[in-house]
Structure formats: C-alpha cells, structure tokens
Design a protein around this ligand. Sequence first.
Ligand SMILES: [Zn+2]
Length: 269
Amino acid sequence: MVADGLNGLRPAVGLEIHVRLRAPTKLFCGCRNDAHAEPNTLICPVCMGLPGSLPVLSADAVMLGARMALALGARVAPVSRFDRKHYFYPDLPRNYQITQKQAPLAVGGSLAVAGMTMPLERMHLEEDAGRLLAGPRPGTVAVDLNRAGAPLLEIVTRPVPAAGAGIRAWLRELRRLVRWLGIGDGSLEDGSLRCDANVGFVAPADRDDPAASAWSELKNLNSPGAVQRAVAYYRRPRTWRSIQKRAMDRDFSWRKSAEAYRALYRRVA
Ligand SMILES: [Zn+2]
C-alpha cells in the first residue's frame, strides 16, 4: 500500500501484546496469582520490594511462555536472562521492573490469519506492576499490590503495513490461541490480555525521512475493535501529515522544552 501525498512513506503498525500467564504463583515469589482477590491480600517481601528479599523464578511461567512460543513457531532460546528496567511509578514498589531485554525467552515465529501474516520479533517474560485505585477520600489514590509481580508474556510483532480490519481478526485469533493452549484467560476486558499499538511510517529503503522515525505508542487498547479503530485513525492522510509536521518540528520542540525547564529551575533554585 502506498500512502497518497506522502512521498512514498507507508503507514505501518507493530503490536506489543501482554498476556497474563495462568501460572499458580507470581513470577518471582510464591504469592498466589489471582486478579480477583481482595486488595493487598496476596503480597510478600519480594513483590513489595522490601530490603533483602530475593526473587526466585517460577518454572510454571517459563513453561507456559515456551508453550506459546512453540505454538507460534518461535525459537526458544537455550539461555535467556532477566534485566532490571528502572523507573518510578507509585504502583512499582521496587522502582524497577524485572523484564528481559538482552536475551528474551524466544525470538522469531509468526501467526497468519486470513491471509495476513504478522512476523514476530520476540517473546519475553516480565512482571506486572500493581494497580492504582481511587482512594477513600476525594483527591487520594490507593495502591493495590496484588498484581505487582504477576507473570506476563510480552509478544512483540515486527511492523507490518497498517491494515485495520486484518489487525482485528489477527488479535482475535491470537486470543483464541492463548485460551486454547491454556496460557491465560485472554480477557481484554479485565486486563489479562493488553495490547499496545506502535503506529508510524516506513520510508523507502533508499531514503532518510524524519517522519519515518516519528512512531507513536497507543497504550492499553482494550479490544480488537479499539486497535482497529486506532490504526484506522492513523491511516487517515490528515493524521499522517500532522505527524510528519510534528517530526519536522521536533528539534524545535526539544529546544523549547529545555528552555522552559531552565527557566523553571532558575525560579526554584
Ligand atoms: Zn509475593
């Protein structure tokens, strides 16, 4: 598909799908893995990030991840490794997430649905964060750590030409496979299957175009229909043009925010 008026740029989409694994325990501790328990009843020093606690990997989660990888024709790595991804968020008590960046559980594979093949980049295991809820008083926030440390399998696809309806059918088929294999509940509604869509453009191989680096991540799309609508929105020529313009302006915006930050710093220092 060639995008009209876009100098040969082609819209593309890549998906990141988080599958909550149906393992009996969390990924690195013995706490029960149950999304429906009373808040903060399934917690321990490991998933609360208390000092001195040590993670122990769940073999069940590894086996479920490998089962999904083999079903999708991916190559399960003989050795894989876990990494820390540091960031602060109120529902992440350790201030880092244990994930796999350098050496994932599996690479490659694909899933073909109704003539559309989505090649897969990688599959890796990682732990979920907790959950923020509305607090007991207006303006307050409560934290539920039952989900902190729950086992997730992240499936990352390679970018493919954007095709809204095809993506919807593809996600439905992936969800059927998750359920049929007993990997997880596959429910987009209760968050046991979550999908982020990365939408952007690919430039022709012989050309460098700033718009081709302006990918947008649309997070937590909660149904195959929502993914389809999001992709359809990005396929509109008007959206493409505004993204292209934003990419051109990006250097300028960076300079502007750096100046604003320096002005703020001068005020508080
Ligand atoms: Zn725990």
